[in-house]
Design a protein around this ligand. Structure first.
Ligand code: MN
Length: 191
């Protein structure tokens, strides 16, 4: 967790330098306060999942950018149980585990998300063209997407446009576990 906070701080700092944004500009683009961004950069605060999504969206980068160090390309990536970094802030009712980090060649990342009983998570719109694929592994999920609430049972799945606000809710008394594959539109190389 300490490493993760460090990685998060470094990533945010270097992204902001690349963009040549001041803290105020970064606050404006992400909707996260200047004070909070400063705390994260100094490693003094570990943001909630919702805050991290806002930052990723504002910087137009995949969520997993903040969670994992860059991996060298390898033909096969195998994850054993318990060997994955988990992102869960204190008292979190949402745990996010990146299963496969973002790879620019492939254009997607995959997360395992656990929502505790009663959990409610709102996600702001991702960049234009982002599509999410949600597959429910355990429990019953309520998902708000494209303007409608959907109820999804174990084994059911939905694909939706994620460039508009969407929400995940667990109204049941037991945990909900899902896989979320987030596909990002291919970027044109800068000329
Ligand atoms: Mn989302």
């Amino acid at each position: 967790m300490q490493n993760m906070a460090h990685h998060l701080a470094q990533t945010l700092k270097s992204l902001r330098q690349d963009r040549q944004w001041s803290l105020s500009q970064a606050a404006e683009f992400t909707g996260v306060s200047k004070a909070m961004l400063g705390q994260i950069e100094r490693g003094e605060s570990s943001p909630t999942v919702a805050t991290l999504w806002k930052i990723a969206t504002g910087f137009n980068v995949p969520f997993s950018t903040f969670l994992e160090a860059e991996q060298s390309r390898q033909p096969l990536l195998l994850h054993r149980q318990g060997a994955l970094p988990v992102y869960d802030q204190a008292n979190a009712d949402m745990r996010v585990t990146p299963l496969f980090p973002f790879d620019p060649q492939l254009g997607f990342d995959i997360f395992r998300i656990e929502l505790a009983a009663g959990a409610y998570s709102e996600s702001s719109a991702h960049e234009a063209g982002v599509v999410e694929h949600v597959i429910v592994l355990e429990g019953e999920l309520e998902l708000y997407a494209e303007g409608v609430w959907h109820s999804l049972k174990t084994g059911e799945a939905v694909r939706f446009q994620a460039d508009q606000p969407h929400s995940y809710r667990n109204s049941s008394r037991s945990a909900v576990v899902l896989h979320d594959l987030i596909h990002y539109p291919l970027r044109q190389p800068a000329c």
